[in-house]
Design a protein around this ligand. Sequence first.
Ligand code: GAR
Length: 198
Amino acid sequence: MKNIVILISGGGSNMAAIVKAAQNEAWASRYGAQIAAVISNKADAEGLAYARTQGIATAVVDHKQFAQAEDPRAAFDAELAKVIDKFEPHLVVLAGFMRILTEGFVLRYAGRLINIHPSLLPAFAGLRTHQRAIEAGCKVAGATVHRVTPELDHGPILGQVTVPVLPGDTPASLSARVLSQEHLLYPRVVAELLRAGI
Ligand code: GAR
């Protein structure tokens, strides 16, 4: 079985969309793939509860516990990798995982680490994407699924979706419009990768 490990930090709605697609599209029999685990850096991430209701293994690696380490980021990433590797991942899917990852972590999962970002990359890498898109006067916004490389939000693009920016949009209204499309885009890209035998 090709194990998919999904990392979240919060609501986990993209994770839930992927889980639902895996069920509805029978990824297990079609691609020999399963969502093996959902892992969060926050114990109170709402998405963990949903994963549990679906019978998916969950784990928490709290980044705050590594604050005193000599290199907190590296220490957290090393522990995270240990937990991920227990599930022998074929694919590691970042779904609202709000951590900047070390180069060592990214290279460990080279070719099998993907992310969704709520902008049309390479525009608006980083945070506050919706506010920055509105301030820039963009007429369209969107989301991007990309391979993760050491440079933040800059890996090769696997898929994108666009939505209009409407007059009077706020970051919240634009975010909601983009997010509803993310839920279609992300499962589609994951399925495409599985279909391609990746
Ligand atoms: C999504 O909009 C995702 O694109 C974004 O966080 C949200 C998570 O929502 N990711 C990033 O900003 C990564 N830099 P979710 O937890 O409901 O899937």
